[in-house]
Write a protein that binds this ligand. Structure first.
Ligand code: 5RP
Length: 225
């Protein structure tokens, strides 16, 4: 079974957790693409009244196009449930996100949400975080100084570039500095360090945020609580 089929399985299963009347946070990425399709099918078939808060223009456009009512994060007083993808998850449900450069908006939505579910194919489950380069979002002013500081800490920073070699920019007009750390033995300590760095708007360590993980495997979906 290919990875996309496993992502779709996880997304379809997670769409079942959506309930009528919910305000939903919708993440970003290829797995979420399947999720939005699955939610839209339910909205149409079951006449569900839900509204979505998105974490990227990609998700916003897709959801609106499929008839899901979308509202801004500053227009809601709460989010009931957020469903998002992830790049890595360890057995304690700590994770890395930001492969799609949307982690700042994703973290804002996740932290506003009463419940968080991640949807992944089984390749995202790891023993120790860090093989996936840890994304950070860095403001343009002084970005090379941030890079120097992180390099001096041995965090192996590398600017994310597009196919044309241009620096990738986020929704906020910032740059993405990926940290090739290898193994993150102490995620909370690293998060604390990165939180304290002037110039880093947000990093992709999502710690103590997720309640449930839905995993697509060749033997079916697994719901981990
Ligand atoms: C975007 C993210 C994505 O959720 C993460 O990269 C997973 O993406 P995909 O579902 O395409 O594998 O964090 O910033």
């Amino acid at each position: 079974m290919d990875q996309n089929a496993l992502k779709k399985m996880a997304a379809d299963r997670a769409a079942e957790f959506v309930e009528d009347g919910m305000t939903l946070g919708l993440g970003t990425g290829s797995t979420v693409h399947y999720l939005v399709e699955a939610i839209a099918r339910r909205v149409q078939a079951e006449h569900l009244h839900i509204q979505g808060v998105s974490t990227s223009s990609r998700t916003e456009d897709q959801a609106r196009g499929l008839g899901i009512t979308m509202v801004g994060i500053d227009d809601v007083d709460h989010i009931d449930l957020t469903i998002d993808g992830a790049d890595e998850i360890d057995q304690h449900f700590q994770g890395i996100k930001g492969g799609g450069a949307a982690h700042t908006l994703e973290k804002m939505v996740a932290l506003t949400s009463a419940q968080n579910i991640w949807i992944v194919d089984q390749s995202k489950l790891v023993d120790t975080l860090g093989a996936f380069p840890l994304p950070t979002e860095v403001i343009p002013f002084g970005h090379t100084q941030v890079e120097r500081r992180l390099a001096a800490e041995g965090l192996n920073p590398e600017w994310r570039r597009d196919d044309q070699g241009q620096l990738v920019t986020t929704h906020n007009g910032n740059y993405v500095l990926d940290l090739h750390v290898g193994k993150i033995a102490h995620p909370h300590l690293l998060a604390q360090f990165l939180d304290a760095q002037t110039g880093i708007l947000e990093h992709g360590l999502f710690l103590d945020i997720v309640n449930k993980v839905v995993v697509g495997t060749p033997d079916g979906t697994q719901v981990l609580n």
